[in-house]
Design a protein around this ligand. Sequence first.
Ligand code: FE2
Length: 283
Amino acid sequence: MTKTVLTPDQHQQVVDQGYVVLENFKSPEELSTLRQAALQVVDGFDFSAHQHVFSTTADAAALGEYFLTSGDQVRCFLEPGAADENGQLRVDKLLSVNKLGHAMHDRIPAFRNFSSDPRLTALMHEIGVQTPHVWQSMYIFKQPQIGGEVGWHQDATYFYTEPLSVKTLWFAIDDATLENGCLWVAQTGSDSPLREVFEVIDGRPRTRQLDSAPWPDLQQAKPLEVKAGTLVCFSGTLPHYSAPNRSDKARHAYTLHVVDGQAHYPKTNWIQRGEDLPVRGFL
Ligand code: FE2
């Protein structure tokens, strides 16, 4: 019999809560290789030509061309507090970047290797994704002192399919703690209406409200403090959040967003792929 990724209890947790925490999924060597590859991208990036801040508190309509055309590219986005009023970085560029996005898994060998894990295909099959399509990768730095908050949201807002199918794979590259801004998830789990959908129509981005259900507050949420190497896998309707990092420790994480190729993926989703770089599975 083929070995399964999830135990029966873990599978039941996905059914009941919409998420599962898999410790020791990646080795220290794999984490180190990915971290070095991410730092290499930042090191080689020309910040004088591209100073773009990423903030989840900004209005969707304010997202510029640089962001909206990054779906099949490798680009750097700065933390909101990274540059001074003259546009100069306050600290070293390696400590200024909010994230890399959004196609490292297709364009950079070290990221492709990390993301081409056959256990991920098996995991997707076990949780009902028949044909995994990996639409996006992000390397999130959550820098010491200036790492930004990521407000409450659901990932199906950004990867809408009919029926809903997106799953997030969130790999802890560093230990994630309350101190450095770990993930928080709604105690009620993923059985929660999709509140918003992010669409791009005629080149213009907007967020359209679908449901007025309130977001949880921290009393209705659970922090996921996890060790480096842990994989957190969760469903697209699970409300989640992470606090700013005011500590002196970075909280790097790597994420992949996967939808079922059997579901309808609308043309209004912000990430589209052309013939030159079609969306693929994990291998
Ligand atoms: Fe998210």
